[in-house]
Design a protein around this ligand. Structure first.
Ligand code: F6R
Length: 365
């Protein structure tokens, strides 16, 4: 039931802090992060020399962040593939390749087909899913349940962030197994994850900022989302949320790519959503905001509390509290973009829970 919320999207956005707390509970064991669901010995985990991450849609965006974490922490090369693409090409599988499928429903046909193929090629397949006893869980060698509770709204919100946390735990486990990280480092990153529920609560309490910024899109036909590093993915996810529930065309680019094409779109009033947290690429992204403003674009920024440069440049800022590490920002910033998409869609009279032409689980290839 809706329990006082006007739609499932609002309810599921609000459920994210609790979902993440549930997922983190009892994960920190004697030897760092516990991930018994992998059903692999420490030696087998240590031997993994390549990871394929396979998913569709929002879950694919999770894999893009997961790739950065696994590569940074466990020093293992990662290939992210749309399941529907992998199914028609030849994956480069080694004797020690791990395949991770990420699927909220556990029933996405393309993802299941990819998992079966990777298994036939000799890979261990590990599923990250929300649905107990789903096909993905039944057919994989190990399953991690994100325990986010039923996601009813077609647009995925709490499954996105919970899957991201699950992949961070997987990355920590791999790094610990192969010695790329020691227990203290693992505990340090885990402590950062434990701050996420509180940071998300803070963003949710600032939802009036999203409601206000939604006005920028009133007469828009299209919008451009920009971000760098892990937040290029936040931009992809923000654009996907906006287009699927508001039917407003939106595209996302790594901010540095703007000058290689998309800048041609800019004209007075064109909405640009720039994710520009306090991080090591802040200066660069601020330059992209300046370039956009110089062409008359209306920039909605997602920025960190206290950022005076951004406050001076942009009328509409979606503020996030300071995050303990840069890779935590995508989990926090995306909550604003979920809220923004919802307010834009409602202002345009759309049914946010049941967007046209879409189904909650896509069981055909
Ligand atoms: C977008 C959305 C979809 C799904 C995709 C995969 O909000 O929900 O893009 O993420 O259809 O679904 P799962 O994760 O169930 O495999």
């Amino acid at each position: 039931t809706l329990g006082g919320y006007s739609d499932f999207m609002a309810k599921e956005i609000a459920e994210q802090p609790a979902a993440i707390s549930r997922l983190l509970k009892d994960r920190l064991g004697k030897h760092g992060v516990e991930l018994d669901e992998l059903s692999m010995s420490n030696d087998d985990l240590a031997a993994i020399d390549r990871v394929y991450m396979v998913a569709c849609g929002t879950s694919y965006h999770v894999s893009l962040i997961a790739r950065e974490l696994v590569q940074d922490w466990a020093k293992i090369p990662v290939f992210c593939e749309y399941a529907s693409e992998l199914n028609y090409k030849e994956p480069l599988v080694t004797d020690h390749t791990l395949c991770v499928i990420i699927t909220q429903s556990g029933e996405t046909a393309d993802t299941l087909t990819a998992a079966r193929r990777m298994k036939a090629l000799g890979c261990k397949v590990f599923a990250i899913t929300n649905v107990l006893g789903s096909s993905a869980a039944r057919e994989s060698d190990g399953t991690m349940y994100i325990q986010a509770g039923p996601e009813v709204c077609v647009a995925s919100t709490k499954a996105y962030t919970a899957q991201m946390v699950a992949s961070a735990l997987l990355a920590l486990r791999l790094a610990l197994a192969n010695g790329s990280m020691d227990e203290d480092e693992v505990r340090g990153h885990f402590a950062s994850l434990e701050q996420v529920p509180g940071l998300m609560e803070e963003v949710i309490s600032r939802r009036w900022q999203d409601k206000q910024a939604a006005r920028v899109f009133r007469n828009a036909k299209s919008a451009l989302f920009l971000g760098r590093g892990v937040n290029s993915t936040t931009a992809y996810e923000g654009a996907l949320k906006l287009k699927e529930i508001s039917y407003l065309h939106a595209e996302a680019y790594p901010a540095g790519e703007m000058k290689h094409g998309p800048i041609a779109l800019l004209e007075p009033g064109f909405p640009v959503v720039a994710i520009v947290p306090a991080d090591h690429v802040h200066d660069k992204t601020v330059s992209n905001i300046e370039e956009s403003i110089a062409r008359g674009a209306t920039v909605v920024a997602v920025a960190t509390d206290g950022d005076e440069r951004v406050a001076k440049l942009c009328e509409n800022v979606l503020w996030i509290p300071p995050c303990p590490e840069e890779w935590i920002v995508p989990l926090v910033a995306v909550v604003h973009l979920q809220l923004l998409a919802r307010y834009v869609a409602r202002a345009r009279g759309c049914d946010v829970d049941k967007p046209r032409n879409l189904a909650k689980s896509v069981t055909v290839e």
